[in-house]
Design a protein around this ligand. Sequence first.
Ligand code: PEP
Length: 258
Amino acid sequence: MASRTPLVAGNWKMHFDHLEATYFVQKLAWLLRDAHFDYKRCEVALMPSFTSLRSVQVLVEADRLPIRYGAQSVSVTTQGAFTGDVSADMIAALGCSYVIVGHSERRKYHPEDDANIVDQVRAVLAAGMQPILCVGESFEERRQGIELDFAVGQVHDVTRDLSSDQAAKLIIAYEPVWAIGTGMVATPESAQDAAKAIRDDLAATFSRDIADGVRILYGGSVSSKNAVELIGEPDVDGFLIGGAALNADELAKIARMT
Ligand code: PEP
């Protein structure tokens, strides 16, 4: 089986201006250095607002920090008269490794449907970065007992249009919507069930090798109180973290546990 390097990714959402972002990165790097953190064992990534990406890049490059970073969404077009949009090439030019695609907040507050999400994934891949594709059921789907089919279906809506090479570069974040920002976390067993169902679907669509290489993260109220149990599951390869990623001490703690 392919060995997968765990990833701890902090999704800052619409928090922190560029000065606060710079201070946070310095503090996190200092905390992890102090703890002799091994970035080869576990990757750490931050997803700031567009306005902070350049500041994060300058700091990471100047101090040669092994911290990765990325954006929270992307335009599906490459350039032109699209006021307010930011292209994948612009994001890649800032040294970004990742772009979050299809976060439930984007699906809810912006017109991001399945077709748009596939186009975002393609744009990110074409620019040489990795999409972190977010999927996950609402409370209603869980109540109906269709959560696995729902999450797998959301992945499938994207992967059916991808080649094997493209699929191999995906990172998937299983984020049950009812768990995001609520303090209600999925049990390790249900996070594992979803991650395994998604991985098995990737194996059926592409190959077992590709499925075994794709990192599947869990997201939804992750904290230092629940990270150890979640990462103990064989198909959970790390975390996409919102609230707890706004505190450098807490994020460093979770990275050390992962
Ligand atoms: C998220 O927004 O991706 C997320 C998982 O948030 P939180 O950790 O706050 O639930």
